[in-house]
Design a protein around this ligand. Structure first.
Ligand code: ZN
Length: 83
């Protein structure tokens, strides 16, 4: 799993950090909220912008396999008879 970036921003102060692991971001959010009581928001981004956009638009994971209903696999060609 690579290409993930999580941006953590606080609504109540200037805190703004980025993490490349969800676990680290969650820790930062929990730590800041528990310490300050601030309202912290986080955004999961991807270094591959196209993937992130597709996921947001379609509400899917962003992988072509998930979104492509016109895949040849949906309508396979008839099997050729073996001779
Ligand atoms: Zn804060």
């Amino acid at each position: 799993m690579n290409g993930t970036r999580v941006t953590v921003r606080c609504h109540d102060c200037s805190l703004a950090t980025t993490h490349d692991r969800l676990r680290d971001a969650r820790t930062a959010v929990d730590d800041h909220e528990s310490t300050t009581g601030h309202d912290v928001d986080w955004t999961i981004e991807s270094v591959a912008a196209g993937v992130s956009k597709a996921g947001a638009d379609a509400g899917v994971c962003g992988r072509p396999e998930c979104a492509n209903e016109d895949s040849p696999l949906v309508d396979p060609t008839p099997p050729e008879p073996e001779s």
